[in-house]
Design a protein around this ligand. Structure first.
Ligand code: SAH
Ligand code: SF4
Length: 371
């Protein structure tokens, strides 16, 4: 059986043609699935009965399973989404978070079960990596959140008339550029006018800095870009964002400059997690100004969100203010991210889901008795 939720519009068209159907049928089914949120063949009233029957035999509309939905006191919502691994038989899950604000509703979407990149301050990274999410599991998070919010809020409108979810950020669990093809296909569906119709300025991908994939993305699907910088020199970044050993700061900055040629916005957002006593001094702020000199950018300072046994503390508010002021005095736009949904563990870096590490990589951290 072919899961039709794995296809963007072009791929669905190719599939329809391959089973001897007209291309415009694909567009109709695509709209039913994503624009209308209808996954019942019998409700697709403009599709001939014969074709519906054929689709019933050969295809499915399989969404990931919602295992839990939680609502925070501040209105933030979190869904725990099943992402088991059929191959190794492990039960895993990922998380999706909706953050309502006065002027927008942002959905934070996961791209992988766990993450292989091992940033030291990230609970997802600590859990290791299990597998990539499929296209249907990525776009399924938007489908599920959209439907759930529409029911909840009593909205019954089409996505384009009044969007509850106006922005998507690929900032949940996983490194989106390490699951390149599936993430790009899912983002194409998000931006398709016959699906969710989000403009490419309203879809933001956050990466820890996979330079070759950043270069591909600017050609294939140039959405807004956020880069997880977190340290102002290679020595410290090598330690807390280990992918820096492969793509050091200078190369990363050059990739940001190249990206901006095609980007929908004329700046890159640098994310910077504030870790007490690690990367948050005035000297760090000055070094930071130096390394980003040639890249038009904004800064997003993220107070570290603690998780058990992290070994880090959140920077003191006074220290964050000093750091922010140094950047602002140099003329940069700086936001300090408000923590949302803390009571349901929905804040950045706290998304844990449930990951069974297939790589067994964490075994290397087990201390050996007697050594
Ligand atoms: N893998 C991608 C996107 C997911 S993480 C990336 O690293 O960019 C989204 C953001 O949350 C990143 O900037 C990440 O570094 C940050 N983050 C991770 N752990 C955090 C924590 N414990 N507290 C605050 N931010 C954290
Ligand atoms: Fe992976 Fe991003 Fe976490 Fe680093 S911060 S471990 S890249 S999810």
């Amino acid at each position: 059986m072919t899961n039709l939720l794995n296809f963007n519009q072009q791929q669905l068209t190719d599939y329809f043609v391959s089973i001897g159907e007209k291309p415009f049928r694909a567009k109709q089914v695509f709209r039913w699935m994503h624009y209308n949120g209808t996954l019942e063949l019998d409700a697709m009233t403009d599709i001939a009965k014969v074709l519906r029957e054929k689709l019933r035999q050969e295809t499915t509309f399989t969404l990931p399973e919602v295992r839990l939905e939680q609502v925070s006191d501040d209105g933030t919502r979190k869904w725990l989404i099943g992402a088991d691994n059929q191959k190794d038989g492990t039960n895993s899950s990922v998380e999706t978070v909706f953050i309502p604000e006065a002027d927008r509703g942002t959905l934070c979407v996961s791209s992988q079960v766990g993450c292989a990149l091992e940033c030291t301050f990230c609970s997802t990274g600590r859990q290791g990596f299990n597998r990539n999410l499929t296209v249907s599991e990525i776009i399924g998070q938007l489908w599920i959140a959209n439907q759930s919010l529409r029911q909840e809020e009593g909205y019954n409108m089409l996505p384009n008339s009044d969007r509850i979810i106006s922005n998507v950020v690929m900032m949940g669990m996983g490194e989106p550029l390490a699951n390149y093809d599936n993430v790009v296909t899912a983002m194409q569906i998000m931006m398709d006018d016959h699906a969710y119709g989000l403009s490419r300025r309203r879809v933001t991908l956050s990466t820890s800095g996979l330079v070759p994939q950043m270069d591909r993305l600017k050609e294939d699907c140039p959405v807004a870009l956020a880069v997880s910088l977190h340290a102002p020199n290679d020595k410290l970044r090598d330690e807390i964002v280990p992918i820096n050993q492969k793509y050091p700061i200078k190369e990363l900055m050059a990739a940001c400059q190249r990206y901006l040629v095609k980007a929908p916005r004329d700046f890159v957002t640098f994310e910077y997690v504030m870790l007490d006593g690690v990367n948050d001094t005035a000297e760090h702020a000055r070094q930071l100004l130096d390394i980003v000199r040639d890249v038009p950018c904004k800064f997003n300072l993220i107070p570290f969100n603690p998780f058990p046994n992290s070994g880090y503390d959140t920077s003191k508010p006074q220290q964050i203010r000093i750091f922010r002021d140094i950047l602002m005095q140099a003329g940069y736009v700086v936001t300090v991210r408000k923590t949302r949904g803390e009571d349901i563990d929905a804040a950045c870096g706290q998304l844990a889901g449930k990951v069974l590490d297939k790589t067994k990589r964490s075994a290397k951290f087990i201390p050996i008795e007697g050594l």
